[in-house]
Design a protein around this ligand. Structure first.
Ligand SMILES: Nc1ncnc2c1ncn2[C@@H]1O[C@H](COP(=O)(O)OP(=O)(O)OP(=O)(O)O)[C@@H](O)[C@H]1O
Length: 338
């Protein structure tokens, strides 16, 4: 089934943006169906925040056809603004006033009648487990509490589309999981989430679709599983109990790498059901059965490194990179997964 741009929550075709002589976004195409989580990944400086700023009307694009919530960004930015919420790396929280006052201020900005504003504030503070801290100045809040307050403030206007720019950067694991639960709840309620993150696990857990931005372009796009199949490294490992079965299997699976000591064969595989079935069929034909079978698929870290030449993760938590391994892959992986 094809989705028209009118039915999509967010669509961008040929999005371009340069700052001075530097091209940040060089013809980016994105399609985000409503009620889904779309995650934009990319190394530091790839242009994720710029994309969010453009799609949320804060910055103007140089070129491209952009539609958000059914409205054209170029001709109807006010309608877009009314339909979206944005929580960026720089929070809207005023630290000097209380959480509740921050919320009420937001309600005023949205012209909610006083009673409704109070009711909404109380509901959201409860939902984000901030009722106990509601009367305390935000400056006393932990990082996780401040992020929750920031998102709660974004929700005052009941936006159907939310842009979350690195919503969990710097949070401890518990607060991060908490935020994930909140995001899942929002999406279950039909909200569309456009998420940028440096945590691949976050994209893996939350996103329906992921796009990897590098060098101003989308270098791969698909579900987490589709992206993982783009990079080599996946394999099926088969273990046999007896030498006879092992030898027969090795004869049937000539592309497998032998480990004579453990009587195991490692066969390269993208991890799809079809590939697994093909290997098992070949074993069946040879009349041999494996005693143990494991399927290894590359994780998103492998994908990210292969596509961008950078290890994933915020500065300080990166693993060492072998950029040379990535070069061969990137050409093959540039094909968008559909
Ligand atoms: N207002 C601006 N003026 C000039 N250059 C800018 C401006 N905003 C962003 N840039 C440049 O555009 C590039 C992309 O920046 P952007 O913040 O969009 O990347 P990012 O992918 O969000 O990075 P990070 O993960 O570090 O937040 C960077 O090289 C940045 O220096």
């Amino acid at each position: 089934m094809t989705t028209t741009t009118d039915e999509l929550a967010i669509s961008a075709t040929g999005l371009r943006k340069s700052y001075g002589g530097t091209t940040v976004l060089d013809g980016v195409d994105l399609r985000v169906p409503p009620g889904t989580v779309f995650s934009l990944l990319g190394p530091n400086g790839a242009g994720k925040t710029t994309a969010v700023q453009i799609l949320s009307t804060l910055v103007t694009a140089d070129a491209g056809t952009l539609r958000v919530a059914g409205h054209d960004l170029a001709t109807d930015p006010h309608a877009v603004r009314a339909a979206i919420g944005v929580t960026g790396q720089f929070s809207a929280v005023d630290h000097m006033i209380t959480g509740e006052e921050n919320m009420l201020l937001m309600a005023d900005l949205h012209h909610l009648p006083r009673d409704e504003g109070r009711r909404f504030t109380a509901e959201l503070l409860a939902r984000f487990e901030l009722t106990g801290a509601a009367g305390k100045p935000a400056v006393t809040y932990s990082g996780g509490m401040r992020r929750r307050l920031d998102l709660a403030m974004t929700l005052v206007g009941s936006p159907r589309i939310i842009f979350l720019d690195e919503p969990t950067t710097g949070l401890d694991p518990r607060s991060r999981h908490n935020m994930w639960d909140i995001i899942r709840e929002l999406v279950a309620g039909g909200v569309t989430v456009f998420l940028t993150t440096q945590y691949l696990e976050e994209a893996d857990r939350l996103a329906d679709r992921i796009a990897v931005l590098n060098g101003g372009r989308i270098v791969a796009q698909g579900t987490a599983e589709e992206l993982k199949r783009l990079v080599p490294g996946g394999h099926i490992r088969l273990r046999f109990d007896g030498a006879a079965a092992y030898e027969r299997a090795a004869g049937a699976l000539r592309d497998g790498t032998r480990d004579d000591e453990s009587l195991s064969l490692t066969v390269p595989s993208g991890g799809s059901q079809r590939e697994l079935r093909a290997v098992l069929d070949r074993l069946d034909t040879a009349g041999v059965e494996a005693d143990g079978l494991t399927v290894h698929t590359p994780d998103l870290d492998d994908v990210f490194l292969a596509l961008t030449g950078h290890p994933a993760g915020p500065t300080g938590t990166t693993t060492s990179a072998s950029a040379s391994a990535s070069v061969a892959v990137s050409a093959a992986a540039e094909e968008t997964v559909r």
